[in-house]
Design a protein around this ligand. Structure first.
Ligand code: DOR
Ligand code: ZN
Length: 347
């Protein structure tokens, strides 16, 4: 008997689309299955003002192939010079759905991020007032903190103090990778959600380092030990509405990944829904996939769930291209390391 699963069309609450040739190549990979996505602003230079976000949104829509429907939900990159009035206007017009906080130096193109958190206090207060979420890359960048501890230390030293100092600020802890992140979200009942990526549900740090270094599994925050992956799986498949999908699909060309200083990012846009169906089935939680991928995110962002649906069908192994071609070079698609049996058959 064929097994099928029809769910509301999913959204991706954390996505890197880049610009130019890469944007043109990766956008259809997301738009094929997803209705909307929160678009990361870490371009070079970053998307800082409402005007820049409007121009980027236009470039994304211009790159969308005929016949595809997709709504980019724009974000602004929070800098120490961000103007609260610009943020308020960009949110009021409906253009901007969140601000993104990168601690300076935390990851790809984060040089403009925040060093002195006192400088962004007026912006955070404005955001709390108008209910605009802050998306947080939760890693400290201090050189004396071990890379595997950066998320846990960030929660204690930065996130919790910010939330205490700005009551009412709505925060999304993005791409959580540890049980510390899961526990922090669960211990807070208000104004806090978290996204979890596809790849962090599937790989742990051994996948990156055992048997030769695997640059296509390297991302930030870096995957942690197995017990943390288990905690993420439990949170994602639990039905707890504070956890939702943000793929952090982050395209880099093979040349930039397979290098002596390889870029961070896993490109999961193409096969995420097949991967997730497999993960949720394995954990006996297929009935909770819709909540994680299609319902909990819109609820947090105070948006309606998509009316459209997609259907997944279980069958013989479904294959995806190993790479997608772009004018800048090939980009490797995430390899979950096991055969995928759920195909998106209607979208
Ligand atoms: O792995 C990552 N890649 N993590 C990030 O935070 C940024 C992203 C990128 O832009 O490549
Ligand atoms: Zn990201």
């Amino acid at each position: 008997m064929t097994q099928t699963l029809t769910i509301r069309r999913p959204d991706d609450w954390h996505l890197h689309l880049r610009d130019g040739a890469v944007l043109a190549a990766v956008l259809p990979e997301t738009a094929r299955h997803f209705g909307r996505a929160i678009i990361m602003p870490n371009l070079v230079p970053p998307v800082v003002t409402g005007a820049q976000a409007a121009a980027y949104r236009d470039r994304i829509l211009a790159a969308l192939p005929e016949g595809m429907t997709f709504e980019p939900l724009m974000t602004l990159y929070l800098t120490e010079d961000t103007d609260p009035a610009d943020v308020e206007a960009a949110a009021a017009s409906g253009l901007v759905k969140a601000l993104k906080l990168y601690p300076a130096g935390a990851t790809t193109n984060s040089a403009s991020g925040v060093t002195n958190f006192d400088k962004v206090r007026p912006v955070l207060e404005k955001m709390a007032e108008i209910g605009l979420p802050l998306c947080v890359h939760g890693e400290v960048t201090d050189h004396d903190i071990d890379i595997f501890d950066r998320e846990a230390v960030f929660i204690d030293r930065v996130l919790d103090p910010i939330r205490r100092a700005t009551p009412g600020l709505r925060v999304v802890m993005e791409h959580i990778t540890t049980s510390d992140g899961v526990d922090y979200v669960k211990s807070n009942t208000e104004n806090l959600g978290a996204t979890i990526t596809t790849h962090h549900l599937i790989i742990n740090r051994n996948h990156i380092l055992v048997g030769g270094i695997k640059p296509h599994y390297y991302c930030l925050p870096v995957a942690k030990r197995e017990s943390h992956r288990q905690a993420l799986r439990k949170a994602a498949t639990s039905g707890d509405t504070r956890f939702f999908l943000g793929t952090d699909s982050a395209p880099h060309t093979d040349e930039n990944k397979e290098s002596a200083c390889g870029c961070a990012g896993c490109f999961t846009a193409s096969n995420t829904m097949s991967c997730l169906a497999q993960v949720f089935e394995e954990d006996g939680a297929l009935d909770r996939l819709e909540g994680f991928a299609s319902l909990n995110g819109p609820a947090f962002y105070r948006l309606p769930a998509n009316e459209a649906t997609i259907t997944l069908t279980k069958g013989d192994a479904v294959t995806y291209p190993d790479k997608i071609e772009t004018a800048d070079g090939p980009i490797t698609v995430f390899d979950p390391g096991f055969p995928l049996h759920w195909a998106v058959t209607e979208a």
